[in-house]
Write a new protein. Structure first.
Length: 124
């Protein structure tokens, strides 16, 4: 019985192993401590500037000063550069509320000039 459990666990661990495609030149971006910056990531092509952007979710990010909440979450647009600190927070809806976890999921439509989807959860 113990051998069977060991074999099953070995298979699951092998399936769940992670890896980095480019270990020689990794792309590192840094966000605010405690914001969960990087929980969700998507690659997006901006047709206006003819560049690729990394969309990064930070669902525990502090709210912007004009929002009547402490933590709303946020989504950042990061150019594909070696600079770790060049991400900019994207403008989002005015309807932000406390603990909405904006940026828990981020997706690009997957085609040039496509749309960006950012989701949040509902508190309570």
């Amino acid at each position: 019985m113990a051998t069977g459990v060991y074999v099953v666990l070995s298979v699951y661990v092998g399936v769940c192993a992670a890896f980095n495609l480019d270990t020689e030149f990794p792309l590192l971006k840094t966000g605010t401590d405690g914001s969960l910056f990087g929980l969700s990531v998507a690659l997006h092509q901006d047709m206006r500037t003819d560049t690729y952007l990394l969309l990064v979710g930070a669902p525990r990010e502090k709210a912007e000063p004009n929002v009547p909440a402490n933590r709303t979450g946020g989504v950042y647009s990061c150019p594909i550069t070696a600079n770790q600190l060049d991400c900019n927070r994207m403008n989002t809806s005015e309807d932000l509320i406390e603990d909405m976890w904006l940026g828990v999921s981020v997706a690009s439509q997957g085609r040039p000039g496509g749309r960006v989807l950012e989701t949040s959860t509902s508190p309570g």
